[in-house]
Design a protein around this ligand. Structure first.
Ligand code: DER
Length: 226
């Protein structure tokens, strides 16, 4: 099957965990895209009543256009379930996120959620994190000095650009620097080291966040729990 069919299968499977009356966190990306469409269908055809919070302008626009109620995170007491994509996950359900540039709001919403489910196509499961470049959200103020710290630590930093070669800005107006590490031996230590740098806002290592991952292996939808 195509990657889009894989994304649709896992994205829609995750929607089954959404229950009446929930406050649902909506992630960002091309897999959770299908979860959002399935949720809109459940609302329209089954009369499901939920409210949601979003992890990006992109997701807010998509969900709102489909008739889904999107609330400000500050207006909700707590989030029952967040469904999001990921760029990599390992056997401990540690992951790399941020490929879509939404890692800061995604981590804030995830940490505000009682339960987190990730959805991934067959390319996401890895034995060790790091093949996917690690996104880091960096403040523009003094970012060249922040970049220098990454270079001195030999983290192979690359400032993310848009497809037409302009500087990429996140929803918060910050930069993304992608670290080309190949392998990450100690995610917890790296995450702490990165976040101790003043110009670093947050990084794309999601450790002890996902409770369940719904993914494709050998054309079969599988679920793994932490
Ligand atoms: O930025 C993110 O973490 C998104 O969840 C995204 O990277 C997920 O990837 P996908 O578009 O393959 O679902």
């Amino acid at each position: 099957e195509t990657v889009m069919e894989e994304k649709r299968r896992v994205g829609e499977a995750a929607a089954a965990y959404i229950e009446e009356g929930m406050t649902v966190g909506l992630g960002t990306g091309s897999t959770v895209y299908f979860t959002i469409h399935k949720l809109a269908q459940l609302i329209k055809e089954k009369g499901l009543v939920v409210q949601t919070v979003s992890t990006s302008k992109q997701t807010t626009t998509l969900a709102t256009s489909l008739g889904i109620l999107v609330r400000d995170l500050n207006e909700v007491a707590h989030v029952d379930l967040t469904i999001d994509g990921c760029d990599e996950f390992d056997s401990a359900l540690c992951g790399i996120k941020g490929g879509g540039g939404a890692l800061l709001f995604e981590k804030i919403v995830a940490k505000a959620s009682d339960k987190n489910i990730w959805v991934g196509d067959s390319s996401k499961a890895v034995s060790q994190l790091g093949e996917f470049p690690l996104p880091v959200e960096v403040l523009p103020f003094g970012f060249k000095h922040t970049l220098k710290k990454f270079q001195e630590a030999e983290l192979n930093p690359v400032l993310r650009l848009t497809s037409d070669g302009k500087t990429y800005y996140t929803d918060s107006g910050n930069f993304i620097v992608d670290l080309h590490l190949k392998k990450i031996n100690d995610p917890k230590a790296l995450s702490s080291w990165l976040n101790a740098i003043p110009g670093v806002i947050e990084n794309g290592l999601f450790i002890d966040v996902a409770d369940k991952v719904i993914f494709i292996k050998d054309n079969i939808v599988k679920e793994v729990n932490r």
